[in-house]
Design a protein around this ligand. Structure first.
Ligand SMILES: [Mg+2]
Length: 335
């Protein structure tokens, strides 16, 4: 059996079995959430890591190196946002083929610095190694908010209950539209630029994660692999089902104009928007919307039953999606 037979999430389950979960009392959130959380002195430390590989996550020279740097940090910032925390420091490992131009390294670090400044994350160190394939790994640390009693205020995947409303921040699908535009299926120039930017320079929702934990919400994650797939992780972690109303999902308006036939499916299944899914009672969700400005969009509800997502149309009939999200080990040969 190869790892491709298990898929990304099967491999993660296997690793979790080998480690065992509750072996360390200071570990508050173990493997299986957007980030790990542990108790360190006076703080609750959030830690996450993410890797981008040339040919898998981006096509070298098809995008500016600064965008590669921005996005590698932004993916990690988003996992901190997904826990309701604030980024602090990051470590960067570059795996470089020896013929990598120095200007590529400069460009990547410009992008890392720009994203770090935007979100208050400082690059504190890292490693540079020789490799046959170009890769960049970012490990990021952040701090959790605290409740009045001093306990950590976190958004977890395993805290959803039947009856909870499911909301999303912002609008979805633009990053998938940007990837499609970059791959050559291009709409007009202005739309292509707007969508490509959403793919190459995503803007993680630290503001929404903080507003959510301050409103008392305890369940959420970021949308990195697509709304349907990511909501499925919440279902499995929480042991409850989800009913998602396809017509309620906020579709990016530029995407709707550019790809009118596919926009809704791309908003449901496309990855890398880095918006947040937030769950809870409607009153708390509406407080989060008030804190942010634009209201959150309620897109469905948690239900009793199978821990899986059912996508429903306006008549309550189940919608079959062409493809539900991204698995890095099964789909990893795509670019
Ligand atoms: Mg995540």
């Amino acid at each position: 059996m190869d790892v491709r037979d298990l898929g990304e999430f099967g491999v993660i389950d296997r690793l979790r079995d080998v480690l065992g979960v509750s072996y360390e009392s200071r570990l508050i959130v173990p493997i299986g959430d957007d980030a790990a959380v542990w108790h360190a002195g006076d703080t609750y430390m959030i830690a996450t890591t993410d890797t981008m590989v040339a040919g898998v996550h981006f096509i070298p020279r098809a995008v500016p190196w600064g965008d590669v740097g921005w996005k590698s940090l932004a993916a990690n910032v988003s996992d901190v946002a997904a826990m309701g925390g604030t980024p602090s420091f990051a470590l960067v490992t570059l795996c470089l083929p020896p013929d990598t131009p120095v200007t590529a390294v400069d460009g990547i670090y410009q992008g890392l610095r720009e994203c770090g400044r935007e979100y208050g994350a400082v690059i504190a160190g890292g490693d540079v190694v020789s490799s046959s394939v170009f890769m960049i790994t970012v490990a990021m640390f952040g701090e959790a908010e605290r409740n009045a009693d001093g306990s950590p205020a976190l958004l977890r995947r395993d805290a959803a209950k039947p009856g909870d409303a499911i909301a999303v921040t912002g609008s979805l699908g633009a990053a998938a539209g940007g990837l499609r535009a970059l791959q050559g299926d291009a709409p007009s120039g202005a739309a292509r630029d707007a969508l490509s930017r959403r793919h190459s320079r995503p803007r993680p929702r630290i503001d929404a994660g903080l507003a959510a934990v301050r409103a008392g919400l305890t369940c959420g994650m970021d949308i990195s692999d697509g709304l349907v797939q990511d909501l499925g992780h919440i279902c499995r972690a929480s042991g409850a089902g989800a009913e998602l109303l396809a017509d309620s999902v906020p579709v990016d308006s530029v995407l709707t104009d550019a790809y009118p036939d596919d926009a809704r499916a791309m908003a449901l299944a496309g990855g890398e928007d880095y918006e947040l899914i937030l769950l809870g009672d409607e009153e708390s969700l509406s407080r989060v919307g008030q804190a942010l400005g634009p209201p959150l969009k309620i897109v469905g509800r948690m239900v009793e039953g199978d821990p899986a997502v059912r996508v429903l149309d306006a008549d309550g009939a189940e919608v079959q999606l062409p493809r539900a999200g991204w698995d890095h080990l099964r789909d990893g040969s795509d670019a």
